[in-house]
Design a protein around this ligand. Sequence first.
Ligand code: SF4
Length: 351
Amino acid sequence: MNENAELAKIDLYDLTREEMVGLLAGWGYSAYHAKRLWQGLYREGARSLDEIEGLRPDLLEQLHRETTAAALPVGLATKSGDGFTEKFLLGLPDSEEIETVLMLFKGRATACVSTQAGCAMGCVFCATGQMGFRRHLTAGEIVGQVLHVMRLQEERDKALRNVVFMGMGEPLHNYEATMKALEILTDDHGLAMAPKHMTISTVGIVPGIRRMADEGRPYKLAVSLHGATDEERQALVPPAKRWSLDVLMDACRYYSEKSGRRIFFEWTLIAGENDTAEQAHALGRLLQGMEAHVNLIPLNPTHGYGGRPADAERVKAFQGVLSEYDLPSTVRQRRGIDIAAGCGQLRATTL
Ligand code: SF4
């Protein structure tokens, strides 16, 4: 089988359950067979088609000929010194590479997945943004990252319940594949991951936020703000030139009202840039009265940006100002910095 023929095969992990039923129906097999296949892949965690029991031999043969259900190959796996963070460089069929991170917290594990190879958004402090956009991932490639981490956890007798879409890429710039991956991950007849444990992180793609609200998507939303005035935001996050803060906040309020969910706002704290009392007050005014939670993340270093993280005193002072506005906030633990697996540090390292 040559490489092009392999690439032309249908990736079974790229199909929703409904699409799998449709594919097999087109081949003349009833929904019963599609159910067996779906459950084999997701409920029983089969690692190859041959492991799935109860598939008719003729169906199995056609599946082998026309589809693939291969795991994403691991190019490199690194573990942080404290053992709480692991990063995986995963290969895609066309030789692109992406990074996926497993973060262990007390009593829970979270997978941080990529939605694109590279990113078109160009946030100045982000290593993925510095490498530019290469391509969108398919839903199957997003699901494949979760399966990789889940299988690893299973081998250790541990579970994986949380997924954050905060790896390489802007999820709402790859809306269709991201939502499809979420449908597959949360399907009750398969992995059945809880929608409330799925977090989509966006730099503020307004049409995507509004679309999520209109479609009643039940996931957690995290919006990266980094600046509470248009001027400050535009200096750090280029998409802010397209959607002003007024427009973005309207979309956030719309999402919050429609979904009944509180929104998480991410703020990378950069010394002397956006860690000032002035920015903290502006943020407090911006979010006052909203169902919101602010996550403060001291900047993680990248080669392409010279900024420094805010020091502990400035972080505390910033948080103090937010509490004056009754705004709950958390300072995110910095993790995996020694293996460049922290927020904004992902960059397929062998590129
Ligand atoms: S922070 Fe997110 S949106 Fe911005 S460049 Fe990095 S990956 Fe893209």
